[in-house]
Write a protein that binds this ligand. Sequence first.
Ligand SMILES: [Zn+2]
Length: 76
Amino acid sequence: MDDVDKAQQEVEHQISTSITNRKLEDEVKAARPPVTKCIECEEVIPIERQLIMPGCQRCVTCKERSELLNKRINHA
Ligand SMILES: [Zn+2]
């Protein structure tokens, strides 16, 4: 095997390794929900909360505040 063949093999090995890494990254990303930030204070909503309340857009603090505001509006 000459140096050119060796270099070629090295390149092919690197390419296939990076493809495998990318696949793994995709799998890891697919396994966990995307990071969601609170639409009001931009605090990252914890994954636990997202699992309990899928599609929630506010953190606990802002959710409670908006519920309080809604109650006040409804009772006014
Ligand atoms: Zn918030």
